[in-house]
Write a protein that binds this ligand. Sequence first.
Ligand code: TYD
Ligand code: MG
Length: 456
Amino acid sequence: MTKVKTVFGCQNCGYQAPKWLGKCPDCGSWNSFVEEPVSTTPERYAHSIAAAGRSLPPQSILAIETSDEGRLKTEMSEFDRVLGGGLVIGSVVLIGGDPGIGKSTLLLQALDRLAGKSVSVLYVSGEESLRQTKMRADRIGVFSKDLYILAENSLEKILDDIQKLKPKVVVIDSIQTVYTSQLQSAPGSIGQVRESAGKLMTLSKSTNLSTFIIGHVTKEGAIAGPRVLEHIVDTVLYFEGDRGHPYRILRAVKNRFGSTNEIGVFEMKDGGLEEVANPSELFLAERPIDVSGSVVISSMEGSRPILVELQALVSSTSYGMPRRTAIGIDPNRLSLLVAVLEKKVGMNLAQQDIFVNVAGGVRVEEPAVDLGIISAVASSFLDKPIPSKTMVIGEVGLAGEVRGIHQAEVRIKEASKLGFKRCLLPASNRSRINWECEGIELIGIGSVEEALETLF
Ligand code: TYD
Ligand code: MG
């Protein structure tokens, strides 16, 4: 009998070792090694281009033809935009997110629209039975005849059915529930995930089939298994949101066919997900007026400016070590900005707990929100409200200077559209704006002190 060659693979990051290890030398996780047979199938490492079965001699870049026709539009505009203007034919898209966030619902809804345009779609559910999927479909009003449902976990059977049905689009929900009989490890293990995705990818590239692969994220925030797929798939989308809020954000983190950082905003309702065309309005809807610690900032999400409310609460600490808690912004950024307030403005925050939260469960990561964070913290500390029709944007340096930001114009236009009357922005941006923006006063700011003087 031939001995099956095996390796030990870390279930967290995919690191492989010839023998069992207690701690992964790569990602540091404990007890994460599982014995897996060495796969002999070369497709596992198949590169997308090689897999397409074409090996042409080198071509001049001018001789290569491109056309824009290779996209399928779902007509769900938020979804299409995140994909870069529709689903590219033959592409493989990974959708990650927490369990229960709405990934199955999103894909069922979006692909129902495609199926409604006579594009045949196969939805493979490894988690729910046909009846369960149908019940969900009824609930969200999905009823296209060209949408086929398959409840199956075996990769071989799935591939077989794909070849028989020849759909244009396939959804695998989720990759953690699919297994190939060529490997003995359990579904969801790194080996299984990589092998199954590799096979689907090869089929997809060689037959111009567009494939969505759904992957669950673990509590730690990493797509444990599917994370190893990020570099082989064409597009990686994350579906995120706060369980306590109905808003869901679809975010592109990698896209070979479009811009990343594009987002789509949805609201989870009883009848499924609804697109939110104007997120700023939604995020500002419940804003308290004339309350200290609240400020409106603008964050660019892809090509769109989104206005959100940032709240800070500063209260004296009862422990020796004051707390700094940030939700929706980078905690390190908060510490840094608090230090700037202490050193450059002389605000004594050493005995204060500071909490900062972005309302609506949104996450903002741009430096352009710095001045907003500073203003909110100062507003709460001084207990002086910032006028409600004021927007604050700008990056803050360690010397307390306010630095220029990109795309100030579009942010101002969005604020003006929503009825804002005043905008504090970096002086360098102000000097470059020579048009009159209707109804909004633009105030150029050079330093943190100047900003606080203007506001309070
Ligand atoms: P689901 O799509 O099953 O999440 P995932 O595939 O990411 O695990 O969504 C599950 C949640 O969405 C569930 O907790 C209930 C909620 N939901 C609604 O609020 N309205 C709806 O119409 C549907 C279908 C689900
Ligand atoms: Mg699901």
